[in-house]
Ligand binder design. Structure first.
Ligand code: ADP
Ligand code: ASP
Ligand code: MG
Length: 816
């Protein structure tokens, strides 16, 4: 004999009930079956709502009841043959009249007790099971309705009654012996106490009814039919990549359901486990899917080659309650007193942690129990509080529990390190930790708002060794920004396949507009960005990133804005990685630069800015590698400005200096005001950043900068500047001729030596490494303790949108 249970969604409407009927027919053709059903989807909630409204004198309760009646009448009309309908329609109407009478009573008295709650919610399962039994009979099946509440006997703990297993099993065996039918249909959830009052087994309790029946009759199998294809590696509502778990042991399933996997009501496993009855979780809407098998055969398996964890559960609305005080140390029975008083108040303790000093004990409970728990503790510990042996109980709210579950964890080291590591990297603060003594789970308490992120991060690390999801927020849609976005679109498939990361542009902003999309901004959305985006604001952009709270987030600054770096620190503190092409932050005050680096370190995230110097060339990365391996940079000599290199490579006295600068500007190499390049400010910033990365604390104004521009060129507008260049053509020609006369050429060079930096024009001889440098190439020559004779040279294209974007891209990939 098998027991099948169908949940609320499975019997939500006539159409679904027909699917259920097919499953029943198939199973009943193989063996006798008992079918337990829930109320139609949402009915229990609505019945409670009607009664609650009535108790609050809200007359809307009659409408709620009307709607529920309508829902049931519709199911009858669609399922029962027309000629037979009237008695079933009256059946439904009669019971809704009863429901309304009860609610009228509640309305008058203004009182809604747990006893009445059980009476009223019982109607849900009572009605659904009767209608389904009738439908099966009309189909010509040997189906018979059994009233579970006559068979299942409980105490009078209304809304969560405890089952008297001995009496219940006797009743069930007797009844099922006397009533031999191919199919027995029974309502889940409902029972009665010794005094014949209706009771219920707790929300979600139909699973439990089925398990009680399966255990009583030693069923061959219990099948729980629901709306997902099995118990999954995480709550599928939170984790889109959650996968069904094909096989799992009773104890693992128990841990997952205890910590919130709603698919199975926690008490369900116990009755079938003691009888070694297999439990299958199946999907009514996809009956061919394998689902999940929970079996005793899986209990003592050799888990050597299996996964560390089987699933992750989460639970919301959690409060932490901490009792602490010197009076707790070494006094036996202190904890027992706490747990006894909570148990007396029916407060469910979900998790316990005790610090090793025994100075404090912390328990996690449901938020709804706070009031009762606190009152009970204050009462029981009244003397200890007066004598100051304990502090007043401390309560923290808005928390959630996340539990990583797996039988195999006990045989592996480093599981908790991995778990805490990946949470830490995403800035998720852990409030409390508990590991069951059986080491089948590690549970943590975190802020409620971090739940989705935490579950996804853990899921990715423990179950999706395949692909890591990265969320990008890009500021800047200029040349570099647009090239970067294109490279991301083009490269995404390659990255998925080869580096196992999936880059998603979750937010995008320029100085006018911004847009967000958790699913990733598509190329189409990008095209309409300027039209559909909301008005841009740097602060709002940062706020959105923080409130979205997505895992593996990277903020990418491809602007030259001086405002945007103001949000870096705030983002780093939320563990958002920063990749900046913008050099303002790294070349600002040393204190600020140092602070950003240490904030990043303290929050386990990255602050990368490789493209600040030499575009995509590996310059900063090279310094970092040298330093990490214990080398010391003693001097740097470099040509770091694509613009200045272009200007001096092309200035050969055939064209005026002014014409060459104009050409550089037209080709897009210079800043809008070319003086920023020509005055050496940009180069000075770059050598500053290199010196700092090499471990020297330097400020911008300490850099010696001998300008080759006559003072007059620095005054007035850009137009004035070009006029001044013309006026001083002979000055520039002199500079060139002086160099040429010794067979040398002009290069704008940055140098760092013995802790000092300078930038300026130099005459470069043909034997110098700096001589053969063409177009907009950059070169950096490092001398270090190890590279003391022959320097380490990095050379190549040091400007241009494409190479800069690829440098930013590389930083992004390295940052996650
Ligand atoms: P039923 O009405 O059939 O009893 P429930 O709503 O009680 O169904 O349970 C099924 C739901 O549990 C799924 O739709 C899913 O959203 C949720 N759920 C939460 N955690 C898990 C999990 N780990 N595996 C499967 N489902 C889960
Ligand atoms: N109908 C009850 C509830 O919604 C029991 C169940 O569906 O399992 O909680
Ligand atoms: Mg359920």
């Amino acid at each position: 004999m098998k027991v099948l249970k169908f949940g609320g969604t499975s019997v939500a409407n006539a159409q679904n009930i027909l699917l259920v009927e097919n499953i029943i027919k198939k199973e009943a053709s193989e063996s006798k079956i008992i079918v337990v059903v829930s109320a139609l989807h949402g009915v229990t909630d609505q019945l409670i709502k009607a009664a609650e409204s009535a108790s609050q004198k809200d007359e809307n309760y009659t409408q709620i009841i009307k709607n529920l009646e309508e829902k049931h009448l519709n199911v009858v009309k669609e399922l029962i043959p027309v000629l037979e309908q009237s008695s079933w329609l009256s059946f439904v109407k009669k019971h809704f009249n009863d429901i309304e009478d009860i609610c009228n009573g509640i309305f008058v008295l203004g009182e809604f007790t747990d006893r009445i709650k059980d009476k009223i919610t019982s109607y849900g399962e009572f009605l659904s099971s009767n209608i389904i039994a009738a439908k099966l009979k009309f189909e010509g099946l040997d189906a018979h309705w059994m009233n579970s509440s006559e068979q299942i006997i409980t105490n009078s703990n209304f809304t969560n009654a405890k089952v008297n297993f001995e009496r219940t099993e006797q009743n069930l065996r007797k009844y099922l012996n006397e009533n031999q039918h191919q199919i027995i249909i029974a309502p889940g959830f409902i029972a009665k106490d010794e005094k014949e009052n209706p009771t219920t087994l707790g929300r979600g309790g139909s699973d439990f009814t089925a398990s009680i029946i399966a255990s009583a009759i030693n069923a061959d199998e219990l099948q729980i039919w629901t709306d997902v294809s099995g118990m999954m590696t995480s709550d599928p509502r939170l984790v889109s990549n959650a996968k069904p778990i094909a096989e799992i042991s009773y104890s693992e399933a128990m841990e997952l359901s205890h910590f919130g996997a709603k698919v199975l009501y926690p008490p369900t496993l116990q009755p079938v486990m003691v009888k070694n009855i297999d439990l299958k979780i199946k999907n009514t809407f996809e009956p061919e899917a394998f689902g999940t098998l929970i079996s005793h055969q899986l209990e003592k398996q050799n888990f050597e080659n299996q996964q560390i964890a089987v699933g992750i559960s989460n639970m919301s609305n959690i409060a932490l309650l901490t009792l602490e005080g010197s009076g707790m140390i070494g006094i036996p029975g202190f904890s027992a007193k706490l747990f006894q008083c909570l148990s007396n108040e029916k407060v469910n303790v979900i998790l316990i942690t005790q610090s090793s000093s025994e100075h404090s004990i912390t328990v996690a409970i449901h938020e709804k129990d706070i009031f009762n728990a606190k009152n009970a503790i204050d009462f029981v510990f009244e003397d200890d509080l007066k004598l100051k042996r304990v502090e007043p109980v401390k309560i923290e709210t808005n928390l959630a529990i996340v539990a990583l579950v797996g039988e195999n964890m006990k045989s592996r080291s480093g599981v908790s390190a991995k778990m805490f590591g990946c949470l830490g990297n995403n800035g998720i603060n852990i409030r409390a930790i508990a590991q069951g003594s059986s080491e089948k789970n590690i549970s943590i308490v975190i802020s409620e708002k971090d739940t989705k992120k935490a579950v996804n991060v853990l899921h990715e690390d423990f179950f999706e060794s395949e692909i890591k999801q990265v969320h990008l927020y890009i500021c800047g849609t200029g040349n570099v920004g647009m090239k970067l976005i294109q490279q991301i679109y083009d490269q995404n498939e390659y990255l998925k396949e080869n580096l196992l990361i999936n880059l998603r542009i979750t937010g995008l902003s320029n100085s006018r507009k911004m847009i967000f999309s958790d699913k990733g901004i598509s190329e189409n959305e990008l095209e309409n960005f300027n039209k559909n985006g909301e008005d841009a604001s740097v602060e709002k952009f940062a706020q959105e990133i923080i409130s979205r709270n997505l895992r593996n987030s990277v903020f990418v600054d491809v602007t030259a804005s001086s405002d945007i770096p103001n949000i870096y620190e705030k983002l780093l503190k939320k563990s958002v990685n920063i990749v900046a092409c913008n050099k303002i932050a790294a070349s600002s005050d040393f204190e600020n630069y140092k602070n950003l680096k240490s904030v990043a370190r303290n929050h386990s995230c990255k602050f990368f800015f490789e493209t600040n110097v030499g575009a995509g060339l590996p310059i900063i990365g090279t310094i970092n590698d040298l330093m990490r391996s214990g080398d010391k940079i003693t001097s740097i000599q470099a040509v770091l400005s694509g613009t200045l290199n272009f200007v001096f490579n092309n200035y050969d006295s055939k064209q005026t200096f002014s014409e060459v600068v104009l050409q550089a500007q037209k080709e897009g190499y210079t800043e809008p005001d070319p003086r920023l390049d020509l005055a050496g400010t940009d180069v000075a910033r770059k050598i500053l950043i290199l010196a700092r990365e090499a471990g020297y604390s330097l400020e911008f104004n300490e850099i010696e900068n001998e300008s080759f521009l006559p003072e007059e060129c620095m005054k007035g507008s850009v137009e004035d500047f070009y006029n001044a260049l013309l006026k001083y053509e002979s000055h520039f020609k002199n500079l060139l001729d002086n160099a040429k006369k010794d067979g040398k050429i002009l290069k704008y060079v940055a140098e760092f030596n013995e802790g000092k930096a300078k930038v300026g024009l130099q005459h470069i001889a043909p034997e110098s490494d700096l001589y053969h440098l063409y177009g907009k190439d950059n070169i950096v020559i490092f001398k270090t303790l190890r590279y003391s004779e022959q320097p380490l040279v990095v050379k190549g294209a040091g400007a241009g949108a494409e190479v800069t974007a690829s440098g930013v891209f590389a930083d992004i990939v390295r940052s996650v």
